[in-house]
Design a protein around this ligand. Structure first.
Ligand code: SF4
Ligand code: F3S
Length: 104
């Protein structure tokens, strides 16, 4: 599976949603997550994300995020179409420590 990581928080460009063939993205207020049991590992979303928030779970940094993706995919609503990117998304691109401050 692929997972969405911290770089998505407050960026939420949603280009990923448009290309996913199985619609396995779920939407929180500040970020999206991927449902690990629904993702078919195709990898097409990975290069679409401007801040490179999407990584395969084989990467070391993905471990903690896999749990976050799994937990919140069960709680948040499914998203199948790209919505409006937050107007200040570019301001938060590449910023560290977003999880502590803005995760919701
Ligand atoms: Fe969807 Fe493929 Fe990305 Fe998984 S890897 S979330 S199936 S686009
Ligand atoms: Fe987030 Fe990147 Fe998708 S910023 S919403 S994972 S395109």
């Amino acid at each position: 599976t692929y997972v969405v990581t911290e770089a998505c928080i407050k960026c939420k460009y949603m280009d990923c949603v448009e290309v996913c063939p199985v619609d396995c993205f779920y939407e929180g207020e500040n970020m999206l997550v991927i449902h690990p049991d629904e993702c078919i590992d195709c990898g097409v979303c990975e290069p679409e994300c401007p801040p490179e928030a999407i990584i395969p779970d084989s990467e070391q940094t993905a471990e903690a995020w896999l749990e976050v993706n799994r937990d919140y995919a069960d709680k948040w609503p499914n998203i199948t179409r790209k919505g409006e990117t937050p107007p200040d998304a570019d301001k938060y691109k590449g910023v560290d420590g977003k999880f502590e401050k803005f995760f919701s």
